[in-house]
Design a protein. Sequence first.
Lengths: 290, 254
Amino acid sequence: MTAAPGSGAGLAPRAWLVWSIAAVTVALVTDNPVYRGLVALVALDVLLTWLPPGRRLRSLAVAVALAAALAALINLLASHTGADVFARLPDGLPLVGGPLTLESLAFGGALGLGLVAALLSVAPLSLVLEPHDVVDAMPAALERTGIAVATSLNLVSGFGRTFTEVRDAQRMRGWKPGGLRSWNEVLVPVVLTAIEDSVLLAESMEARAFGAGRRTSYATARVGAREAVVVAAALAAATVFIGLRVAGVPMGWYPYPTLSLPPIHPLAVAGCLALALPAFRLPARGSRPR
Amino acid sequence: MRRLALLLPVAILAALASLAPVVPLAPTCAAAGSHHAALLVEHGAGSVVTRCVAFDASSISGEELLNLSGVAWSSQTFGGFGDAVCALDGEPARYVDCPGKDSYWAVFVARGGGSWQLADVGISTLALHDGDAEGFQYVPASGVAAAPVSAGGVCAAGATPAPRRSAAAGASAPPAAVATPATTPAETAAATDSPEPAAPLASGTRSTALPPPQAPPPAPSSGADLGLFAAAVAGGGLAGLAILRLVASRRPGP
């Protein structure tokens, strides 16, 4: 049996939920690459601290790096504004033709950094917590919606597994991929299996009294002092960023027409550091939330 | 503890609200007021329009300065970046894209009579104090955007206070920023159109004796330094922690 979240081993799921929402808020409320970079580093530290044994960050790192690189590349090719031109594509090329500037590259990089920060901020919900933990973290009003979404997402990975199994089984029977028509021999069994799995899942959920009332769990997630501190720090960080923005403090960064250093407010840096609180508490080995 | 978690954000919001700049709008009469800020519009062809605007508040935004100057302008809002100037003083006469694809209005600011610096915020966020100047230059979209060649100080000497920056920046402030006082309403709101880059005004007239300012940029404020230092320390610490965690996770367990 897994250790009960919030019972001394890890953080309660609701604390994780609040932390993730606050971190995403901070990452998206500003387009300053310094703040976004700090949030990304904070989220990486928190992930590395709480990552359960057996789970790896490699696939997440690849996806995040690709998304960031794509964002930077698209902005570099599509935006031709800026003073510092370092290359030029032929004007005849539609959309991408024109000067390539350092400013558009920097702005694209800032956009990519925002993606990195946002993705790393929500990563604990899938990498640190179990799906039922996330459902438990939902407010009562969103519980059934959460279950439906979590179930749907589980079916996606199940669909992938089924596809691999059916494809391998057909290969063992001598099937070789050819034109579009040849894939019928794989796709039809995959779709049928997915439908069967869905019906089976629905029956299983009904047999477990889905929809009969609020979900119960063996271990109730308790919110203790540690969770309260993490939640308070996360809310404070989000409040600082929103408040600074409302107060008129420059929180954005616009590199056009010439590159300039982003404005940095010490209070905003402190807000980013407040998010790092979960990274400074190493849980006992083997008692991390799984 | 939960009460603390609820009270903390409220307290921070209240503290931040107290930091919000209180900028009462100046009266409609541009000449009324004890503080002065200059406006300089440098067209693509080189002609220059200057205004000296008086205001009572401790500071006004770049947008308010434009409104008080009487120069015709239009803008477009870009979310958190604030407003971008699309057309100013009839240039461009018509436009489709804002900022324009070929040329756009670059915004500069000169603090306390210092040299022109490219504004890092939009005109709606740009705060101007007594003795500051806001400059607009119609520049090509590609290429290096140089500062306006015209001097920033077009207001009267009596209206221009000592520079608020460091002593080094104050020493570097060009004499062009300190012009003859403009005390009457007509003089305060005086404007000069010239076919070539203009030098500072003296009592509403253009002087050609003073060269454009070549002062070095003013020293960055201590707030920016503190923020940069804090960000560098925080980033270094967080990166170091991530490396330590990675090394620890790769180390075989007992």
